[in-house]
Ligand binder design. Sequence first.
Ligand code: PLP
Length: 400
Amino acid sequence: NFDFSARVDRVEPSATLAISNLASELEAQGEDVVDLSVGAPDFPTPENIVQAAKDAMDAGHTGYTSSNGIPELKEAIAEKLRGNGVDADADEVIVTPGGKQALFETFQTLIDDGDEVVLLDPAWVSYEAMVKLSGGSLKRVDLAPHDFRLEPALDELADTVSDETKLLVVNSPSNPTGGVFSDAALEGVRDLAVEHDIAVISDEIYERITYDGFEHTSLGSLDGMEDRTITINGFSKAFSMTGWRLGYLHAPEDLISQAGKLHSHSVSCAVNFVQHAGVEALSDRTDDTVEEMREAFEGRRDMLVDLLAEHGVDVAVPKGAFYMMLPVDDSAVQGTAENASGEQPRADDQAWCEGAIQDAKVATVPGSAFNAPGYARISYAASEERLREAVERLAEHDYI
Ligand code: PLP
């Protein structure tokens, strides 16, 4: 028997695992499961990016690179960030195997035992785990009562943060809500961060997927934020490159030199030819394909919102990413109370999700995984046909 570290004991396996295991089991039994639980675009990686990786391999780019990344990619990232109004230099970038590793390195670099980190709920599952692994303590502000908007919750955020707060995590567009924070909300964050001298992680991995003409604002571009923002981004979502594992962090140079120690002693570097493909991804040659995918997501969002409305379910309409929160508690799901089978409303989102996959063969993620009980997260990274099928099945089995 091993004596496990307190660190690893502090975290739970991902709550989404139960659902995906169940989905795999059912599929192995020959069931047709509509899987709306995955956070991965369903498009192929754009052709020019794939070709760039092949070319890089053929050219022999298969060895280690300098730890923080190849100069061409760091420069391309810095240039991209300057386009967002962030005062970025290639030396202030670490290229990582996925945005997740960039986040992990950031928490490990900044957080000591007991340091206070503030999350905005519903929050992506791994933030909490990463804070716990670094020994930090959590405070949370719930955006669910405000339709997942930050602006109406700024007073609560002001009551929650203090001079004791070390780090605040902002994720816009958001996984799991699809919410996009307004400029006024981001300015509110800035004012509090400056007042209490707080570092802020701005996870902008969904920045290229916004709707209704909404333009993404980088938090690090706001006055007062340049020296306290760690901008996280990655290639998984915008370029449909989840399996390539490529992301980055941008921060002031002193943080980069500290995080660079962790980086060099853990992953060494991101994959060489994948970094070359990353340079191609950031070129304007990929813009049209990215826009096509964005439009497809927007079309699916519109369709899903309409279909759910036809069944009496109102959702907070997502402004970005490819997720939405489906209310599944008894007050939110109209009609459930008097549904045909006379069953009790399913108030528990975990039970709702397990039931929905067993009965309707539709996989979603319980909101409690994101500290948002009473909701199920739907990922609409699936074809319109499959989304229609999912809604029909959920309705047929009285889940909506
Ligand atoms: N941040 C958010 C909010 C995410 O949803 C994800 C992936 O699901 C990541 C970061 C990490 O993505 P990756 O490690 O694939 O770059």
